[in-house]
Design a protein around this ligand. Structure first.
Ligand code: ADP
Ligand code: MG
Length: 482
């Protein structure tokens, strides 16, 4: 057996004039040659497993159409033997051909059952197929590991809100149009807002989509350390090869380049090499390129030459959604009150939000009752003092602002429907957020009767149930009380 990377000896010497527009091939003959070549690279058992039932259907317009009897074989061949087939075809035909692999249609309409396949399999009862599936999975994980990608960071568990919508849209489209749409992509935002998650999600999606392409995720400090080591050990070539012969390079925490001016030169060259070859680069930092100190202008202008997109701290609703996701990941449904308490108190950072949620979840798992007080205690939030900090004037000010009315209108006699609703919102908030007595609430809005307050609270609760826009407005107010 030889390794796939080794140079092949030509199997046939071609006398064909490939400058002629179209050459017709005897596909059986070509496939025989290709198969012979493939056999050189694998054990007879592997050959039988993967290439029995695989044929060359036709060569047309520079495309070799290969058909195969089973979908998982196609996946495997695509992932592991595409290059070998392409090379062997070039040798056999003297032409550089694209390959497409399809499932034969007779089998598409009448697929064999897995039992039939097993019976036919030379291994008899032994389930070679599940073994193979396992191997595909293992190999995929190994590729992800060597690319330094963590399989838990995915698009599917990245929650999108207005604070990160642009960055998310850029991330999704960049995987679709690698190297051509935005290059480089530069994400920035404070710590814990999801930059690493998003970039890793791009890497994982990339691996899923392009099985024969290479990606590396690297924090800039690691890039620097490897560079210094390669200089020390005189292995620069290896270093360059590693970072310049890839299709997607993801560099995290670029701001640290400030402290390591020596990396700049190498990074610049890596950058140019990849850029000129239309390879994609994605970076993240805690600040935009123009605020990174100590870097030379040409590197800075490279950083900002593609798409620069920011991520901010999540808004209130997204914080709630993230908390819901975390609790459902742990098989729990946590009361809205509690989620709100956490979301109100942990505002700047998803990492801390996760920390708080995990704390609460462990309380629940330890059998503690999940009351607001317990949760507040564990988060070291003093609900009472919070209430003390928030003043009725602040509530009135925020609600007036959100509903675009004035405090004078609220306290005055006018009773348009809109104004009445805004007034009721204030009563509801004074009651629910501050727990003020009914009479006091009535006084704040210049009303006499405490039944007005009760009626207001009921009405606002009903409206929130029926009208999601209205509910959003209420949440906006709440998030601005802090
Ligand atoms: P950064 O790199 O910006 O410092 P990370 O990507 O490490 O932040 O995010 C911190 C934690 O918060 C991670 O566990 C990540 O999965 C989680 N996280 C951040 N943003 C989101 C989001 N929008 N949806 C789900 N989880 C998120
Ligand atoms: Mg990070």
């Amino acid at each position: 057996m030889v390794n796939e990377g080794e140079i092949l000896k030509p199997i046939i010497s071609e006398k064909r004039d490939i400058s002629k527009e179209s050459v017709t091939f005897d596909t059986d003959e070509v496939w025989k040659i290709v198969s012979e070549n493939i056999r050189l690279y694998m054990s007879p058992r592997d050959y039988a497993t993967w290439f029995k039932g695989v044929f060359l259907e036709k060569i047309d317009n520079g495309i070799a159409e290969i058909s195969c009897d089973l979908p998982f074989k196609r996946e495997w061949i695509e992932s592991y033997h595409r290059n070998l087939i392409t090379k062997s075809l070039t040798q056999a035909t003297g032409q550089k051909l694209e390959i497409v692999i399809s499932i034969r249609s007779s089998l598409k309409t009448n697929p064999k059952t897995i039992d039939e396949i097993r019976k036919e399999s030379p291994e008899g009862e032994k389930n070679i197929f599940s073994e193979v599936q396992e191997k595909i999975q293992k190999d995929k994980s190994a590729v992800a590991r060597s690319a330094q990608l963590n399989p838990k960071y995915l698009f599917s568990n990245f929650i999108v809100g207005s604070h990160n919508a642009l960055a998310h849209a850029v991330a999704e489209s960049v995987v679709k149009e690698l190297g051509t749409l935005y290059n480089p992509v530069f994400f920035y935002g404070p710590s814990g807002v999801g930059k690493t998650h998003l970039m890793q999600a791009i890497g994982n999606e990339f691996l899923n989509k392009y099985t024969d392409k290479k990606v590396i995720y690297v924090p800039i400090e690691q890039f620097l350390n490897e560079l210094l080591e390669s200089i020390r050990n005189r292995t620069n070539e290896k270093f360059r090869k590693k970072y310049r012969e890839i299709d997607l390079l993801i560099i995290d925490d670029i701001q640290f380049i400030e402290t390591y001016p020596k990396t700049q030169e190498e990074l610049f060259h890596t950058f140019n090499t990849l850029y000129q070859a239309n390879k994609q680069m994605i970076m993240a930092a805690d600040r935009p390129p123009k605020e990174i100190k100590n870097i030379n202008e040409r590197l800075r202008s490279r950083f900002s030459g593609g798409m620069v997109a920011d991520l901010q701290a999540p808004d209130y609703e997204t914080r709630i959604a993230i908390l819901q996701q975390i609790s459902s990941d742990h098989g729990l449904t946590v009361d809205r009150d509690i989620l709100e308490l956490i979301a109100k108190n942990v505002e700047n950072n998803v990492r801390e939000l996760e920390g708080a949620a995990i704390k609460v979840i462990s309380l629940e798992k330890l059998g503690h009752p999940l009351t607001l007080e317990e949760v507040a205690k564990s988060l070291q939030v003093d609900i009472e003092s919070k209430r003390k900090r928030l003043k009725p004037e602040k509530i009135i000010e925020v609600v007036c602002d959100v509903f675009d009315v004035t405090a004078r209108d609220i306290k005055g006699k006018r009773r348009t429907a809109y104004l009445a609703t805004a007034r009721q919102v204030i009563m509801y908030m004074l009651r629910n957020e501050l727990g003020l007595p009914l009479e006091r609430v009535a006084r704040e809005v210049n009303r006499q009767d405490h039944t007005t307050v009760l009626h207001a609270c009921e009405k606002i609760e009903d409206m929130m149930k029926d009208d999601s826009n209205f509910k959003d407005k209420i949440e906006t107010c709440k998030s601005r009380f802090e």
